[in-house]
Design a protein around this ligand. Structure first.
Ligand code: ZN
Length: 114
C-alpha cells in the first residue's frame, strides 16, 4: 500500500535526523497532508501505528494536519468556490491550487537532544 511506503520513508527520515542531532528520543511528529495528495489520513495513521514498532518513533505521537484543497486566482487572489469551474470569474485566469493541498510534508520533529 502507498501509505506504508510513505510512512516508512517518513520514519527513516526522522531516524536519520535524530541520529544527526544525537537525539535520544522523539517526542512528537507533525505531518501535513493535502486533500489532493492521494494519501488517506486514516490509512496513513494506521500505517504509522503498524510501522513505528521497533523504530525510534515507537512511542512518538503523530499529529496529522489535513489541508483542504482550495483554489484562488493568481491575479486578484479571489477564492474560487469548490465544484465550480477552476477559473476566476473576474479575471478569467486559471485557478491556482493553494499551497500544501497536494503534498505530504514533515512539518516538525520534536527531538530530545541531551
Ligand atoms: Zn481573479
Amino acid at each position: 500500500m502507498h501509505e506504508y511506503s510513505l510512512v516508512e520513508a517518513l520514519v527513516r527520515r526522522v531516524e536519520e535526523e535524530a541520529r544527526r542531532r544525537k537525539a535520544t528520543a522523539v517526542h512528537g511528529l507533525t505531518v501535513s497532508l493535502g486533500e489532493l495528495s492521494g494519501v488517506d489520513p486514516e490509512l496513513f495513521r494506521t500505517a504509522y501505528e503498524t510501522f513505528r514498532a521497533g523504530t525510534l518513533c515507537a512511542g512518538t505521537p503523530l499529529t496529522l494536519t489535513v489541508f483542504a484543497a482550495r483554489w484562488s486566482c493568481p491575479r486578484c487572489q479571489g477564492e474560487i468556490a469548490r465544484g465550480s469551474a477552476l477559473r476566476c470569474p473576474a479575471c478569467g485566469l486559471p485557478a491556482r491550487l493553494a499551497e500544501k493541498a497536494d503534498a505530504l510534508m514533515l512539518e516538525s520533529i520534536d527531538l530530545e537532544v541531551p
